[in-house]
Design a protein around this ligand. Structure first.
Ligand SMILES: *Cc1c(COP(=O)(O)O)cnc(C)c1O
Length: 235
């Protein structure tokens, strides 16, 4: 049925991850119900994605427009997010296909999303991506300019900012990222307390296969997991 892993393997991965999510949530004084487990489905075939959704995965995320469009018709109903770098000229292609764009990394992109959302008569939910490691190579707002950008973006028509997203630097040990997750959580709480109009700051999306437990311990309430669910990607 599935190309790259058996249903049994998926079931095992999923139950292990659920257990780890539960443990990490409890460590931070929450329950598993407080955490959204989003399956990052890049390179995963439609049958496998549908199997995952039928097994209880409620949220899925693609990071490439072309791949999202190719699979979208075949994927059964779920909460669909966009999680990758988005070029402004592709916004119109996905605006009606996803319920949340997690990876808004510039004012220019936010303006285009607003423009297309107005055209389609919908309100687009977004997260702002933060370059929490201050890396040259990474997309996202610098922590120092986040508030100013959030104020401008929240004021755009047909956009609702639901929170923040981050991809910390690649590291060897999950523990090395704890400081970035802490920093993100502090930023999230500070900015939430400012109660900026049209920004609800409900979602803090951080943590992937190698470090989602640490991210949850530090306050993430949405984790994006690919490899740990579906196995290693073969490109
Ligand atoms: C692929 C991807 C993930 C998941 O990565 P894994 O290490 O396979 O869990 C999370 N977030 C984004 C933006 C991705 O592109």
């Amino acid at each position: 049925m599935m190309e790259k892993l058996s249903a049994k393997e998926f079931d095992l991965n999923f139950s292990e991850i659920r257990e780890r999510v539960k443990k990490a949530a409890e460590k931070s004084g929450r329950t598993a119900d407080d955490i959204i487990l989003l399956a990052a489905t890049k390179t995963v075939d439609v049958d496998t994605i549908n199997y995952a959704i039928q097994s209880g995965i409620n949220y899925i995320g693609e990071n490439k427009v072309q791949e999202l469009l190719a699979k979208d018709g075949g994927v059964i109903s779920a909460h669909k997010h966009f999680i990758g770098h988005l070029q402004t000229n592709k916004v119109k292609d996905i605006i009606e296909k996803v319920e949340l764009i997690q990876s808004v990394d510039s004012l220019k992109l936010a303006r285009e999303i607003s423009k297309q959302a107005v055209k389609k008569g919908k309100v687009m939910n977004i997260l702002l991506e933060v370059n929490i490691g201050g890396e040259e190579s990474k997309w996202g707002f610098e922590p120092q300019t986040l508030e100013q950008n959030l104020r401008e973006i929240s004021a755009l028509p047909n956009i609702s900012v639901k929170g923040l997203m981050a991809i910390p630097p690649i590291c060897n040990e999950a523990e090395e990222n704890r400081k970035y997750f802490k920093k993100m959580h502090n930023l999230f709480v500070d900015i939430r307390e400012k109660k900026i109009d049209n920004s609800s700051m409900e979602i803090l999306s951080m943590g992937m296969s190698d470090d989602f437990s640490v991210a949850i311990e530090e306050g993430a309430n949405l984790v994006r997991v690919g490899t740990a669910l579906f196995g290693k990607r073969i490109y």
